[in-house]
Ligand binder design. Structure first.
Ligand SMILES: Nc1nc2c(c(=O)[nH]1)N[C@H]1C(S)=C(S)[C@@H](COP(=O)(O)OP(=O)(O)OC[C@H]3O[C@@H](n4cnc5c(=O)[nH]c(N)nc54)[C@H](O)[C@@H]3O)O[C@H]1N2
Ligand SMILES: Nc1nc2c(c(=O)[nH]1)N[C@H]1C(S)=C(S)[C@@H](COP(=O)(O)OP(=O)(O)OC[C@H]3O[C@@H](n4cnc5c(=O)[nH]c(N)nc54)[C@H](O)[C@@H]3O)O[C@H]1N2
Ligand code: SF4
Ligand SMILES: [Mo]
Length: 711
């Protein structure tokens, strides 16, 4: 049976590739580990690319098993659409695409251009991101396009833009980590979320370096740290201000650097003066002695880095949290110095490129602002349209989803499973059901695709060519190794076909991703994220090219800020920040903090990894991490079932008793759908600047499972 299935489903190696081992990159996270793919017994198999400098021959278990999905029996192989009885049934491509074009047009005629919306993804290649943004602005003429990166990178992006005038996640290559004397890791559990990155931390430790981790859990990453500050969830800004207070008090700041390379320090000094260590201990739960130790390690090191992850970013004050950590990096004179500085660890495969090229509501390619008249003129000229035709900024991701069924009547989702991954997901699911028309392009029938009127089967990573920008800002090339199964189209083909049906044939007549890339280079020229000097050939030759890459920097820019910042006067900006409480705090009825995140074996909403047997074996369902003292108090043993209840919804989970979590906190991973989707419980409070939802904190109640509960 197995072998018959394999024969039916076996992907066909692209004709020119038979017998070859093709260099490509992992379909999942922002490490974009280099891998080789080849055909063994007619099945695609991946192995690490030993010569790619970022992962240096290592892969995590998700990467090792990624090729299994290419010929997975549940893969979508033909378009689906609702029949008269409301059931999803196979239809032809012509029928599926025509239904989308017709319904979008009808809805826009009746309700206006902005009633049709697009939801994109940091999983898409730069070429797809670029065409999706162009499709929104000139095929549909809608302001409403946003993407899942809003749930991921938006707070870090906003903070970097404010402080440095530009947003490149890491302004240095990951290899620099090995040479930093001290590293402060804030709310990142890269031991589970980017295992191959840990080789640089191991080298750093072997070189005598120190690691300080700030996380409410003793995560796998914190377990190896020199110091672990197990802070109260949501208290990062107080903690950072407290550390800066001690640095100033103990004379460990770099006045010369502050004077020559930054501005606005005096206001910060005034505010952090009020963050007395004993008061910070009360807010954060971190002992004063530990705060002092961390400050002294950071302040006295020859080189120091501050790296942040989603723990401190996915909060309603995420931008402020990051600005307060950036203040430390600037005050100690680190940014732009060797083996030092501030960086965020970007999450999705193309989380970096995905936030630069126009699928964000307020943005045009090259990190241009859609509100900037000169940027509008430039892009209109590249696209051959009138600048007045381009819409203005639209709604951010959560606000867009929250407007479904009211202002927005039709939606196309490409690369996201919002029913599982959006906050307050029960509400978002009900909004999706209120739409007049939903189309989803995916590889599998995800929980979101299940609700669609039309589902389009998309090609996977190894079946199409395209560039991605990894967490270092290094642009890499995924080559095409296998043919998509018959009946499957690439996202680019889908967008071009729809563009044609919407009357914009000449503007969406691309023959290949490479042709898109040539237009895209022109589109980014002169922008902050300038890719104009990058070619597919240069990427292959240099093992990736760091943006900006243009006439002034023809080989790219591995390290930024060495001379100046991207602000108008070239100086970095301090921001005076006061700590604010999370949107929802524990109280007598909901006495615990609920925080959410990831486990090693699963990726995001789980559409892909929940279909790989080995990964399911590692984690078959989400477990709620609870401290032994709480389990004792509630009379619960390991593996017992509990209800978790928040102000939005309730769901049942098995518990995992572990001393690594704080007594006041429960942690649940978000990779599962249906009854076990933790996002049914999370709070959609948004950061006022980035519009990032507060995935990391809400108030929760634990109820023993025998008790029945209204959900
Ligand atoms: N295995 C796996 N790897 C992945 C992914 C995946 O889904 N699975 N997704 C990729 C993507 S898109 C992303 S964005 C990255 C995310 O990578 P990470 O940021 O490493 O992942 P998270 O688990 O979301 O959060 C990290 C930590 O934040 C902590 N935290 C919670 N609340 C707070 C707080 O108030 N303050 C601080 N300082 N910390 C807090 C949590 O305890 C957790 O250990 O991973 C990428 N890699
Ligand atoms: N509670 C909680 N919720 C969270 C987070 C958290 O920490 N806690 N983290 C947030 C973060 S950081 C992120 S990045 C989001 C991610 O959450 P999602 O946006 O849901 O991301 P994925 O699960 O990667 O969804 C990708 C979907 O698109 C499909 N897909 C993948 N690549 C492509 C492609 O190239 N083309 C097409 N057409 N389809 C593709 C996959 O099969 C999958 O169904 O979740 C957010 N939600
Ligand atoms: S670390 Fe990320 S890119 Fe590397 S193999 Fe794992 S999932 Fe893939
Ligand atoms: Mo993410």
């Amino acid at each position: 049976m197995d072998s018959i299935l394999h024969t039916i489903n076996a992907p066909i190696f692209a004709p020119s590739r038979v017998g070859e081992s093709v260099a490509t990159h992992c379909p999942y996270c922002a490490m974009q580990c280099g891998m080789m793919i080849e055909s063994k017994n007619d099945l695609p198999v991946v192995t690490p690319n030993q010569s790619f400098p970022v992962n240096n021959g290592s892969l995590c278990i998700k990467g090792w098993t990624s090729a299994e999905l290419l010929n997975h029996p549940e893969r979508l192989r033909e378009p689906l659409a609702r029949n008269a009885k409301g059931k999803l049934v196979p239809v032809s491509w012509d029928d599926a695409l025509q239904r989308i074009a017709v319904r979008f047009t009808e809805i826009q005629i009746e309700h206006g251009h902005d009633a049709a919306a697009l939801f994109g993804s940091g999983a898409l290649t730069n070429e797809k991101t670029y065409v999706l943004g162009k499709f929104a602005r000139i095929a549909l003429g809608t302001a409403n396009i946003d993407y899942n990166g809003r749930f991921c990178m938006s707070s870090a992006a906003a903070a970097s833009n404010k402080a440095f005038g530009i947003d490149r996640g890491l302004p240095f290559p990951v290899a620099d980590i090995a040479k930093a004397e001290v590293i402060l890791m804030v709310g990142s559990n890269s031991a589970e979320t980017m295992p191959p990155l840990m080789q640089y931390f191991e080298q750093q430790r072997a070189n005598g370096g120190k690691l300080i981790v700030i996380d409410p859990r003793q995560s796998a990453t914190a377990a190896n740290a020199t110091l672990h500050l197990k802070l109260t969830p949501g208290s990062d800004a107080a903690l950072a201000n407290g550390i800066l207070h001690i640095l100033i008090r103990d004379g460990l700041i770099d006045s010369e650097y502050i004077q020559s390379r930054t501005q606005d320090f005096e206001r910060v000094k005034g505010i952090v003066a009020t963050y007395w260590p004993e008061q910070v201990e009360r807010i954060t739960g971190v002992r004063e002695a530990l705060l002092v130790q961390a400050a002294h390690l950071l302040g006295r090191a020859k080189s120091a880095m501050i790296l942040t992850g989603r723990g401190t970013e996915q909060q309603a004050q995420g931008v402020n949290n990051l600005l307060s950590y950036i203040n430390i990096a600037l005050a100690t004179g680190r940014v732009g110095r060797p083996f030092s500085g501030y960086g965020t660890l970007t999450g999705q495969g193309n989380g970096q490129g995905g936030r630069e090229h126009g699928q964000k509501a307020d943005q045009l390619p090259g990190y241009r602002s859609i509100n900037d008249p000169a940027a509008r003129e430039y892009m209109a000229a590249v696209w051959g349209v009138d600048a007045n035709e381009l819409p203005k900024a639209g709604k951010s991701a959560y606000e867009l989803l929250n407007a479904l069924g009211s202002e927005i009547k039709a939606l196309l989702v490409m690369g996201s499973n919002v029913v599982v991954s959006a906050p307050n997901a029960t509400h978002i699911k009900s909004r999706l059901k209120k739409l007049d028309f939903l189309a989803v392009a995916d590889f599998f029938l995800s929980e979101t695709a299940e609700l669609a009127d039309v589902v389009l089967p998309a090609a996977q990573w190894a079946e199409e060519e395209g560039t991605m920008t990894n967490l270092e800002g290094r642009v890499i090339l995924r080559e095409r190794a296998v043919e998509p199964p018959a009946g499957v189209k690439t996202d680019l083909e889908i967008l071009c076909e729809l563009g044609k049906r919407l009357g914009r044939e000449s503007l969406f007549a691309y023959e290949s991703p490479r042709e898109v890339f040539e237009e895209f280079r022109v589109a980014t020229k002169g922008g902050l994220a300038d890719y104009s000097g990058i070619t597919y050939e240069k990427i292959t030759k240099q093992q990736g090219v760091f943006w900006p890459c243009n006439e002034a920097n023809p080989n790219g820019t591995p390290r930024m800020f060495t001379e100046k910042f991207a602000t108008p006067n070239g100086r970095a900006r301090f921001h005076a920040i006061r700590h604010l409480s999370p949107a929802e705090e524990p109280d007598a009825y909901y006495p615990f903090y609920l925080t959410t995140g990831r486990v090693l074996s699963h990726y995001q909403s789980g559409t892909q990894t929940r279909r790989v047997a080995k990964l399911v074996e590692m984690n078959a369902e989400p477990c709620a991490e609870i401290h032994p003292a709480i389990a004792r108090r509630l009379g619960l043993s390991d593996g017992a079932k509990i209800w978790l209840q928040t102000r939005r919804d309730a769901a049942q989970f098995k518990i995992k008793i572990t001393p690594t979590i704080r007594e006041d906190t429960v942690f649940v991973p978000f990779h599962w759908g249906g009854a076990q989707a933790i996002n049914r419980l999370t709070n959609a409070a948004l950061d006022p600047i980035s519009r990032m939802p507060e995935f990391k904190i809400c108030a929760v109640r634990i109820v023993r499972s025998q008790t029945s509960i209204e959900s």
